[in-house]
Design a binder for this molecule. Sequence first.
Ligand SMILES: [Zn+2]
Ligand SMILES: [Zn+2]
Length: 490
Amino acid sequence: MKEAGQMQNLESARAGRSVSTQTDSMTGQIPRLSKVNLFTLLSLWMELFPAVEAQRQKSQVKKTGLVVVKNMKIIDLHCSSEDLHAGKIALIKHGSRLKNCDLYFSRKPCSACLKMIVNAGVNRISYWPADPEISLLSEASSSEDAKLDAKAVERLKSNSRAHVCVLLQPLVCYMMQFVEETSYKCDFIQKIAKTFPDANTDFYSKCRQERVKEYEMLFLISNEELHKQILMTIGLENLCENPYFSNLRQNMKDLILLLATVASSVPNFEHYGFYCGSTEQINEIHNQCLPQEIARHCMVQARLLAYRTEDHKIGVGAVIWAERKSQNCDGTGMMYFIGCGYNAFPVGSEYADFPNMDDKQKDREIRKFRYIVHAEQNALTFRCQEIKPEEKSMIFVTKCPCDECVPLIKGAGIKQIYTGDIDVGKKKADISYMRFGELEGISKFTWQLNPSGSCVLEQNEPESKENGVVRPIPLNEELHQNKKLCLGNH
Ligand SMILES: [Zn+2]
Ligand SMILES: [Zn+2]
């Protein structure tokens, strides 16, 4: 079996590495994403947030994803809307609170965005070095404007105190291999594999290939000469010489491949999605499920976060969003970001402070379970917004919340949980998942085959909301989209 072979390679690779600290200063025992990698990947992913309105496809302005970071913690996720670029949205939402923040853009921002965020006193602006926000790829008559804008951006950059740069870190050793293995093993793929034993890994690799192609089109300029020209226009001529240029492209390709791999771990496959078991729950409008593509998008955010775990056995990621009652200026429609986290030892811990053993070791006292702060707990602790009782708030967790976390989620006033149910009802030596099943008063959407064709589909059909925030998708169209393997992810 291919999987087993890969795992062996990884094990031997791990054995060869020295054991070092699990905290930020050094690499842990399993490959971890660096924070910069995580922010970069999330910025690309936010660019792909499912369009809640018809985007201006033909326009020269490209949709941009943006991650706002303060003290190395994510405080917001944005994407451009029909009317506003991501940078402007961040400015409207945070104003001068952007001071000292680091901003990670999926494209080099235009001069209008840049002058405002520089003015707000940001610390650093990092961007993905491909086609900028005002596209230099389009051959429209206005491409002269694009060049003028690029010049203005350069001038703003050189005269600003903020550090405007390309922060691309190469992935650590074995990272890609590890992400491939764990993506295949994650709850979502495993659930499908169990239901369709014949499907094997084919559907997963097929989905992944499609994603890679799609994202390379979007985030990598296939023609190398054209890429060089763009780099020169946006002031990166120093990256145009080899080996810098080929290194840059290799780095970009690796990150794109990683993103595609993680995105395929929550695939648009057949009638799989996040569904609620109980029909009475979903009858209330307040409890209605998000459109599937948005739920999948948020779960992939959580999956990316899981690769920052400090637990060398299992990475878990969690992200909390909420829905405003009225139109939001963000490209995310009515949704806005509340907080995110992954499982880790308490902030400030050093490697030797806590045990790393799991339940295979006999002595309970030296096991890690009493020390690891769970992803949900970190997301709640480091949230950047209050959870308002009158709003629909939702948490996306890559694994079913355990008995320790379930009452916390409920106590925090979160209205919906999106997760996998592979562990539900299981009791392990130090961690159990008994309470999730009995949990009441919160809508639980678990990854499963659509439980009953028409009835539930109707409930989950994105409804037409005021202001056209959520574009209604005709039922048959959504069905059709679902039939196409992994297509129509956004
Ligand atoms: Zn802009
Ligand atoms: Zn937990």
